[in-house]
Design a protein. Structure first.
Length: 309
């Protein structure tokens, strides 16, 4: 069985200024395709059964960099931190998780346009179909957006390179509400200064599609509401003090202990040279801490199995 054997479940064209909320079950695939080319697609994603779990640009950026692409996941926010969708195809490879969604405020403040299409309002309206409010819109995964960071440390938007027929495909790892929209920014290179339609297609995934997804990590600190001390989601918007609250922080009081480290003469010489540079601390202990944690992080990036218990 190949990906061409997929069963098509739904097709829809989203026009400029619009988006569409899509119920997707685990194993289904969303294809977001260019019609005319050079159009950015903003994307929000929620757990279909618990909207408090939603896509998080920060965690995704941390794990996959500024430009996630084929083989990467869309991660939910802490404390859930699990893959919601997997990118299984990307014919362009210029996606962005650095820039926040554009808003009505942005166009009024920066461009003097108090009335303008914008991703926040488009997303809010599309999500309203499922009872979500403008407060529930989160920063988007910006598909087909071509960005970078200059030598001055400032991000920039480059010319959109997506052509007609280019697409990305997302495999649902859990049941989700997927909400793509036609990015409302037309006064910059985000979509080449013009808003164009995008084509949405939902397929039933195949064994071939699942074979393209690496096994996601499973950690004890990927938490769900069963682990929360507050079990019930607030029904109102007002904040009230819990008179019965007692602090119960993790790993406190913090315990500090001395650790004796035995070094050879050669190692002591190297340590002294590092101390002289002043780059890693002013004492032997400071430099040893730096060396240890640098090693620790390096081992962790190779995989938790390499880190001693």
């Amino acid at each position: 069985m190949t990906s061409s054997d997929r069963k098509l479940l739904y097709e829809h064209i989203i026009q400029p200024g619009t988006g569409k909320a899509l119920e997707m079950r685990r194993g289904q695939i969303l294809r977001i395709a260019q019609t005319s080319g050079r159009q950015c697609a903003d994307f929000n994603c929620f757990n279909l059964h618990d909207y408090k779990e939603f896509f998080h640009t920060g965690r995704t950026r941390h794990l996959h960099g500024l430009h996630p692409t084929k083989g990467d996941f869309l991660w939910s926010a802490p404390p859930r931190e699990r893959p919601m969708m997997a990118i299984i195809e990307d014919t362009v490879g210029t996606n962005d998780v650095l820039y926040p969604r554009c808003s009505a405020f942005l166009f009024e403040y920066q461009y003097g346009l108090p009335v303008h299409t914008n991703c926040h309002d488009i997303q809010a309206e599309a999500q309203r179909e499922y009872g979500l409010t403008p407060d529930d819109v989160h920063d988007s995964f910006n598909f087909f957006m071509h960005t970078g960071v200059g030598q001055d440390g400032h991000p920039f938007i480059a010319k959109n390179t997506a052509g007609p027929g280019d697409y990305v495909e997302l495999l649902a790892m859990i049941d989700v509400l997927a909400v793509p929209n036609v990015c409302g920014a037309d006064v910059m290179m985000t979509s080449d200064f013009e808003l164009k339609p995008l084509k949405l297609s939902v397929y039933e995934g195949t064994e071939v599609d699942w074979a393209r997804v690496t096994e996601p990590p499973k950690m004890r600190n990927q938490r769900n509401p069963l682990h929360f001390k507050v079990k019930n989601i607030k029904a109102d918007r007002e904040l009230y003090k819990d008179g019965a609250y007692t602090p119960d922080f993790t790993n406190v009081p913090i315990q500090i202990a001395d650790l004796e480290v035995e070094l050879s003469g050669e190692e002591m010489g190297l340590l002294s040279e590092l101390v002289k540079t002043g780059k890693y601390g002013n004492t032997d202990a400071d430099v040893l801490r730096y060396v240890f944690f640098t090693w620790w992080i390096g081992e962790f990036m190779r995989g938790p199995k390499h880190v001693p218990k």
